[in-house]
Design a protein around this ligand. Structure first.
Ligand SMILES: Nc1ncnc2c1ncn2[C@@H]1O[C@H](COP(=O)(O)OP(=O)(O)OP(=O)(O)O)[C@@H](O)[C@H]1O
Length: 345
């Protein structure tokens, strides 16, 4: 990505909020409150969130970030589900939530994992509701019958399609692909089937404002299921790579209290490690390293200027940050990683 610092523009979190002020915002808020309380009374605990609450904070916008987010919101306006694909920790979730917040519709958040099946997406029977009915046959003689009525609870996908929310389905490729069969008819026919639900309202018509943003790491990363082509074909795929160096500096700077020179060194080191190492070194790694370096008192040699960290400590910090990525490997691999980091630092 080009490093275009001359045209850079930075906006911190609250900007989304101030842009959305005024009448339209108030109306949207009222509708949200109504929807949220409706869904809560039906479901007990609603998965709907206020878009302002999900807006990531801090959120740095440079031209590169803004243009990516505009692509996402543009495709959503064109009624296309968007699949954000990119390496771990490059900023997919932040972009997805920022785009979802920008729409101003309620947001439903879902996290993919092995345990997600169709019922977890759509809904399930949550036991029976018991009540007693009195039958009076003859005056003075009564019979009580216990009735058990099945109680259905909608899960996030059903709530999202019914309420016209923006669904943010994070790491969706971690879920079993068969759980996603119900999504095909959502995107193709505008109908959500609720398998297991009996009666006329077994299916829900998808609200015209329903939109979906899905994120996933590139398929080569371990532990990820390959999803069915029929589903992937229905998404627009936006590839998100690591941000340019200026953007990455702005992002790290927004998360920690360090000088510009310190942040510059940390980001440069991160980017060198990204090129040199086989493990994934995302922006999250840079932020975590910066958080450590901000508190370790022995981070600098005596008299060192801003941006100059003690090499051994810098190695230790990046080692700690990246070690989880080789968890389970033998001592040789751990040592090899340390040597590589020390050389890059
Ligand atoms: N524009 C931004 N402004 C501020 N912080 C950001 C921005 N983009 C990303 N970040 C931060 O960078 C880190 C990684 O971002 P994020 O979690 O969105 O990445 P991801 O690609 O979704 O990661 P994963 O694949 O692990 O879910 C987070 O700490 C996030 O807060």
């Amino acid at each position: 990505m080009a490093d275009d610092s001359s045209r850079k523009r930075k906006v911190r979190g609250r900007k989304i909020r101030s842009d959305r002020s005024g009448k339209e915002g108030r109306r949207a808020k009222k509708e949200l409150a109504r929807k949220a309380s409706q869904a809560r009374s039906q479901n007990g605990d609603s998965p709907l969130s206020d878009p302002e609450e999900v807006a990531p904070e801090p959120f740095v916008e440079t031209d590169a970030v803004t243009s990516l987010r505009n692509r996402i919101t543009g495709w959503l306006r064109a009624d296309q589900p968007v699949h954000l694909i990119g390496p771990t920790g490059c900023g997919k979730t932040a972009l997805a939530l920022s785009a979802a917040a920008e729409r101003g519709r309620p947001v439903v958040w879902l996290n993919g994992d092995e345990a997600v099946d169709t019922a977890a997406l759509v809904g399930d029977h949550a036991g029976g509701e018991r009540y007693k009915e009195d039958d009076r046959f003859v005056s003075g003689v009564s019979k009580q019958t216990e009735i058990v009525r099945e109680r259905w609870v909608d899960n996030p996908l059903s709530v999202a399609v019914r309420e016209g929310a923006t669904l943010v389905y994070n790491e969706f490729s971690r879920s079993d692909p068969s759980a996603h069969n119900v999504l095909l008819s959502v995107f193709e026919e505008g109908v959500l089937e609720r398998p297991g639900k009996r009666g006329e309202d077994r299916s829900i018509d998808v609200h015209p404002e329903f939109r979906a943003i899905l994120t996933s790491n590139d398929v080569e990363y371990a532990g990820v299921h390959e999803q069915q082509d029929a589903l992937l074909d229905r998404f627009v795929g936006v590839h998100v790579d690591y941000h340019d160096e200026t953007t990455e500096r702005e992002i790290v700077d927004s998360h920690v209290d360090l000088s510009e020179a310190d942040v510059e060194t940390i980001v440069k080191t991160t980017r060198t490690l990204r090129d040199d190492l086989e493990v994934v070194v995302g922006t999250r790694a840079a932020i975590t390293a910066a958080k450590g370096l901000a508190v370790f008192e022995d981070a600098r040699q005596n008299g060192a200027a801003d941006g100059e960290f003690d090499d051994d400590l810098l190695t230790d910090v990046f080692m700690d940050v990246l070690a989880p990525k080789i968890a389970g490997e033998g001592p040789d691999d751990i040592e090899a990683l340390r040597t590589q980091i020390a050389e890059s630092v």
